[in-house]
Design a protein around this ligand. Structure first.
Ligand code: FAD
Length: 261
């Protein structure tokens, strides 16, 4: 209850706890559960871990973990068993010591266990990484994070309907033609808003956290040139302001450590 109240009062924040829960769930509950990871799926895992290693929100031990896991996974060029991945993951976690500073969601907390949680944190992690990539002068590839996300969602995300919707949307929105890293941040933002719009009022929506276009005028007045009229759900966004808002909330300095142990 305290967490929910806090999150309602601080809607614009990105929480470290959610980023960590996303990574833990990806590694333990999705990748580890695949029987045999091979072909395109193996390549997708290698790409995902490469990007996660670059833009990893975890602390020192967590950065070691992802870097060593990536080194382990890139040795395979044919197939890797999920059970072997899990064994290596657990071995590294035991060797490196404390990795995660939270065991629960904060910004992604749902009003019941079936609502929000992991899928919310997964969006959060990919937005976070797209913003870190945009600020990284050593990386010039605008598709680095979007490609890793596309591959991860297609090959590992447990919600297969979501994965299919996402791939169809990605093709329609021409994901492979995104020209710059800033445009990649905005591509993901706009794609996520399209999903929010489609799911508003859906049975999966958490009534405590209704789906709205993001960010609200309350969180970012300058992001909106004007308010959408009731008759016309088109928003009049100020893209420059949206981009700086996204960069700001995902700046590691401003990621909230609320609710960590
Ligand atoms: P989420 O939509 O999960 O958003 C998480 C957080 O991100 C929000 O709390 C907010 O702080 C922030 N945010 C919201 N919008 C934006 C934005 N535009 N830009 C940046 N930050 C934003 N569910 C389905 O039922 N059907 C689907 O087809 C489906 N497809 C999905 C595809 C993908 C790739 C993913 C990751 C999830 C999908 N889901 C789908 C799940 C769904 O999108 C939500 O994650 C889930 O319903 C929980 O919603 P939420 O209210 O916690 O907010």
């Amino acid at each position: 209850k305290d967490i929910v109240d806090y999150v309602h009062r601080n809607k614009h924040l990105v929480y470290q706890a959610d980023l960590e829960q996303a990574i833990r769930t990806i590694l333990h509950n999705e990748v580890s559960k695949v029987n045999e990871i091979k072909g395109e799926q193996l390549l997708a895992l290698q790409r995902f871990l490469t990007v996660l290693q670059r833009y990893n929100p975890l602390g020192t031990n967590g950065r070691q973990l992802v870097s060593q896991l990536k080194d382990y996974v890139v040795q395979f060029n044919q197939a890797l068993k999920g059970a072997d991945f899990e064994q290596e993951l657990k071995r590294l976690e035991a060797k490196l010591g404390s990795i995660y500073s939270s065991r629960h969601f904060v910004g992604c907390i749902g009003s019941s266990p079936s609502k929000r949680g992991y899928s919310c944190s997964l969006w959060t992690l990919f937005h976070f990484m797209s913003v870190q990539a945009a600020g990284n002068e050593h990386s010039q590839d605008p598709l680095e994070v979007l490609q890793a996300m596309h591959g991860y969602i297609k090959n590992f995300f447990g919600c297969t309907d979501c994965a299919e919707h996402f791939q169809a949307m990605a093709a329609r929105r021409k994901i492979w033609s995104v020209p710059t890293k800033d445009e990649a941040v905005l591509w993901l933002w706009a794609a996520h808003n399209e999903v929010n719009q489609r799911l508003a009022g859906d049975a999966t929506e958490d009534a405590e956290f209704p789906k709205k276009q993001f960010p609200s005028a309350e969180s970012c007045a300058q992001c909106h040139h004007g308010t959408a009229s009731a008759a016309n759900s088109e928003y009049n966004w100020n893209m420059e302001a949206v981009l700086s808002f996204l960069k700001n909330i995902h700046n590691p300095q401003f990621v909230s450590r609320y609710g960590l142990q």
